[in-house]
Ligand binder design. Structure first.
Ligand SMILES: Nc1nc2c(c(=O)[nH]1)N[C@H]1C(S)=C(S)[C@@H](COP(=O)(O)O)O[C@H]1N2
Ligand SMILES: [Mo]
Length: 423
């Protein structure tokens, strides 16, 4: 008994259950007998799975729909293709490796650590070859970074096309990498032979048939690039470049070379296929936008969204999404419920990390009226995510890559969401 108010703790709890029952539609009233509470259930009548039943755990079967998916008509063959992270069904910021999108130009390869070699050659004092075990003997660092394919959202330039955040925005993953700074390995080989470093490049390539070669300016190579061999604490998965991949924070996914086999210091860019005929955007007048390395600030509401309709009716609703910027930290995310006329500032799940996904939430009391949901990210440089109109005005409608415009979901009175465009 509380001496001051005369209420007992027990009656307070009963009262709060009744209130919850009244305000959250669908929650059962505490007075009805619920067999899930009153009856002994099967799972309490027998013993469960013993340890070691699954030496490496998989998600419980009830979550079997939370998987990568591809869109078959997008590419001719799964060998040179892409699938999408189920971002609509995840929360927090870390992407489990098992559902992190894959993008291969010639399929994922099985490369044993014993057969792994990494060569550094070109304008270096001593060309070197590292075995896998050698890399583990250099001082290593841990950093969380997002990796976004430059083609993410690329199908949406002309109009609203794919119905689901997984498909419109799922060419992204966010992991904690363990690796050796590229700077350390370049210094081990020695850069005196390169002379003035300001206008030098490194050309990086993979061991797969495509090789996926890219030129990276030396300034970036010496800054925050990692030669990584662990993600989220464990070895990289085959599909993400086991045993070693390059991590190029904030820059387009194509530069994150998997199965990294060679780093050449050069005095000019190689102008490889992946940085000329691909990963460039042609304007209407025929000229191309090139060296578009940084992924500009972007965000998307992951729930509600087409694959995550509102199932509970009106009342308390958690609107949630992801924001990121290749220029640094996300400082603010705004959410609109009326297609961009008015905005409310969302709550960040935690302070944004540099070049990593930031989770945001807007906790509302939904009145059951239709909504045009949008989110707008801002980063520490002051950059504000553009509308689709603003982006088209800058780039035209011919582009494929680097579509970072504001996304709109129309949510009807039943909570069903659809990909739409507002003008
Ligand atoms: N060796 C090699 N590296 C590669 C690729 C490839 O096909 N081969 N694809 C690139 C592209 S286009 C992207 S978007 C990222 C995707 O990384 P992920 O498969 O781990 O998601 O890897 C990049 N690195
Ligand atoms: Mo990519």
């Amino acid at each position: 008994m509380d001496a001051k108010t005369g209420t007992s703790r027990r009656s307070f709890l009963k009262g709060s259950v009744a209130i919850a029952g009244a305000s959250v539609a669908g929650a059962a009233s505490a007075s009805e007998a619920d067999p899930l509470i009153t009856d002994v259930q099967d799972w309490a009548s027998i013993t469960g799975a013993g340890v070691d039943e699954t030496p490496y755990g998989m998600p419980i079967s009830f979550e079997k729909d939370v998987v990568r998916r591809n869109v078959e008509w997008l590419t001719a063959s799964p060998i040179s293709s892409i699938n999408f992270t189920p971002i609509h069904a995840l929360d927090g910021t870390i992407t489990p490796q098992g559902c992190a999108f894959e993008r291969h130009h010639s399929g994922a390869i099985e490369l044993r650590k014993e057969d792994y070699r990494l060569m550094i050659n070109g304008l270096v004092d001593n060309p070197l070859v590292f075995h896998y075990a050698d890399l583990e003997r250099f001082p290593r660092e841990n950093h969380v970074y997002f990796c976004e394919c430059a083609a993410n959202t690329g199908m949406e330039w002309a109009g609203a096309q794919l119905n689901g955040a997984q498909f419109t925005h799922g060419m992204i993953h966010n992991m904690e990498y363990t690796g050796v700074p590229l700077r350390t390995l370049l210094n081990e080989a020695g850069l005196a032979a390169a002379g003035e470093l300001k206008d030098k490049w490194v050309y990086v390539e993979g061991a797969d048939a495509s090789s996926n070669g890219r030129s990276i300016p030396m300034e970036k190579a010496l800054d925050d690039v990692l030669v990584a061999f662990k993600a989220n604490g464990e070895a990289l998965r085959m599909e993400h470049g086991y045993p070693v991949r390059l991590v190029v924070p904030g820059w387009e996914g194509n530069m994150w070379v998997k199965w990294l086999r060679r780093i050449e210091v050069t005095d000019m860019a190689v102008e490889s296929r992946e940085e000329t005929s691909k990963y460039t955007d042609v304007y209407e007048d025929g000229t191309a936008r090139k060296w578009t390395w940084v992924m500009d600030a972007k965000s998307v509401i992951t729930s509600p969204s087409p694959q995550m309709p509102i199932a509970h009716g009106k009342g308390p609703l958690v609107i949630s999404g992801l924001a990121w910027s290749g220029h640094g930290k996300i400082t603010r995310v705004d959410v609109s419920r009326d297609g961009g006329i008015s905005w409310e500032t969302a709550r960040l799940g935690k302070q944004g990390d540099t070049k990593a996904l930031t989770r945001f939430y807007l906790d509302i009391d939904w009145d059951g009226n239709p909504m045009l949901l949008q989110s707008r990210a801002m980063d520490e440089t002051g950059y504000v995510q553009p509308t689709k109109e603003q982006l088209r005005a800058m780039r035209g409608e011919n582009a494929v890559y680097h579509n970072n415009c504001i996304q709109t979901w129309f949510v009807d009175e039943n909570g069903v969401a659809e990909n739409v465009e507002v003008s």
